[in-house]
Design a protein around this ligand. Structure first.
Ligand SMILES: CCCCCCCCCCCCCC(=O)SCCNC(=O)CCNC(=O)[C@H](O)C(C)(C)COP(=O)(O)OP(=O)(O)OC[C@H]1O[C@@H](n2cnc3c(N)ncnc32)[C@H](O)[C@@H]1OP(=O)(O)O
Ligand SMILES: Nc1ncnc2c1ncn2[C@@H]1O[C@H](COP(=O)(O)OP(=O)(O)OP(=O)(O)O)[C@@H](O)[C@H]1O
Ligand SMILES: O=C(O)CCC(=O)C(=O)O
Ligand SMILES: [Fe+2]
Ligand SMILES: [Mg+2]
Length: 334
């Protein structure tokens, strides 16, 4: 354990006893310059996370809560997913992505053709996930009380076709987001069935959220790579990795700078997960021109132009403002 961690522990002990007062004294103490960034930068005191959980998130950039979503809710999400795949419902704005290796094949039908649903915010049944009270309760510890659901996905990782395209390269989700501050953004990711190393569970680099946003690029994979699956160009291959094996309903909350990905699915079943990225509505949009995010912003604008038939005047920021939905509190800035 590092010195910084020891100090955090001391602070958390105090916090446990006298909550806000200690935090206030630490804020004023910031005039004294520390060699480590401010303490408790990543979580807020809402009375939901235990001191140990706050410490874990501060240190690791993720926290796993077992059995947070009920089997009944997950079964409903799964049913709705099947209805969408069978085209029994049509959802405005929804993007249905097929795996790159089967995209051009005409023979795959129904849910076996679908790798990912993106932008389900207009499907009330799936969007129930984003407003589950037990999820929002945790989310508030990262975002504060004004909460926007910014990005929604249901991932149906297919059995690998042999080309290893079912992998998701190691990346930071912030790469896709033109809003800040990063610390007021969090992803909630819930396993819809048992996920393990064999079917491509999430792989995370604990503590990588302490770093900055890194340069991303399409990985040089021989078998091809899915559209927009950018990966961190150089990350330390010796950084310890953690495989997040999870049961149905288990939920991980993670920071948008946490480097993560998922391995290939070596089973013959589809590995399902549902997720939402939340941000405080007090966040603000940034201009990504001239930054490492410029390339992805152009890719997204191009897609948006095709999808919505809009022109160049719709910005990368607009595509997010259009998709974001208020789920708690007030829509103050986003
Ligand atoms: C508003 C915009 C929304 C996007 C926001 C994203 C933000 C992400 C934030 C995420 C944060 C978290 C991080 C993340 O999650 S990162 C991953 C995020 N990925 C995406 O958002 C991709 C979403 N998918 C799509 O937009 C569509 O499904 C695409 C555009 C891919 C296909 O479109 P469509 O389904 O309508 O198909 P089509 O029949 O018209 O084919 C058109 C062409 O595309 C080829 N093709 C097909 N499938 C794939 C594939 N899988 N890989 C590569 N190419 C593919 C196809 O062969 C054809 O090529 P060609 O024959 O012309 O050569
Ligand atoms: N060549 C690569 N370049 C970049 N990222 C990779 C590469 N190979 C694997 N990854 C990423 O590393 C993570 C782990 O994937 P991988 O399939 O290698 O599983 P694994 O953790 O090594 O498990 P196993 O050893 O059981 O295969 C995934 O996010 C995957 O996309
Ligand atoms: O479910 C997965 O494989 C992770 C996907 C992911 O990290 C993402 O879409 O941002
Ligand atoms: Fe991700
Ligand atoms: Mg491997």
């Amino acid at each position: 354990m590092s010195r910084a961690t020891d100090r955090l522990k001391v602070v958390l002990n105090h916090l446990d006893r006298s909550h806000g007062a200690v935090r206030a004294s630490f804020t004023s103490a910031q005039n004294v310059s520390y060699h480590h960034p401010q303490v408790l930068q990543y979580t807020l005191d809402t009375g939901v996370l235990t001191p140990e959980q706050r410490l874990a998130y501060e240190e690791n950039g993720f926290i796993l809560i077992r059995k947070l979503v009920s089997d009944q809710d997950i079964d409903r999400f799964r049913k709705e997913f099947e209805r969408i795949c069978k085209r029994e419902v049509k959802v405005p704005g929804l993007v249905v992505m097929r795996d790159v290796t089967i995209a051009k094949s005409e023979y795959v039908e129904g849910e076996k053709a679908v790798t990912k649903l993106q932008d389900y915010q207009e499907d009330p049944e799936l969007f129930r996930y984003c407003i589950l009270p037990q999820i929002l309760k945790y989310v508030e510890s990262f975002t504060g009380p004004n909460i926007m659901a910014m990005h929604t996905m249901l991932i149906n990782k297919p059995p690998d076709t042999g080309k290893k395209t079912s992998r998701h390269p190691m990346h930071q989700d912030l790469h896709y987001f033109p809003f800040r501050p990063a610390d007021r953004i969090v992803c909630s990711w819930t396993a819809m069935e048992k996920v393990h190393r064999g079917n491509g569970c999430l792989v995370v680099l604990p503590g990588s959220h302490h770093g900055t946003l890194l340069e991303h690029d399409y990985p040089q994979w021989e078998g091809g790579v899915n559209k927009m699956y950018h990966g961190v160009r150089d990350y330390d291959p010796n950084h310890p990795r953690v495989h997040l094996e999870m049961e149905k309903g288990d939920t991980v909350f993670f920071h948008p700078l946490l480097i993560h990905g998922s391995g290939m699915n070596q089973t013959d079943g589809f590995r399902k997960a549902i997720s939402c990225h939340y941000a405080s509505s007090d966040c603000y949009y940034i201009d990504v021109k001239g930054t490492t995010q410029e390339i992805i912003s152009n890719e997204v604008k191009e897609l948006a132009a095709k999808k919505y038939g809009v022109d160049d005047s719709v910005t990368f920021q607009d595509t997010w403002a259009l998709r974001g939905r208020l789920v708690q509190g007030d829509r103050t800035s986003m």
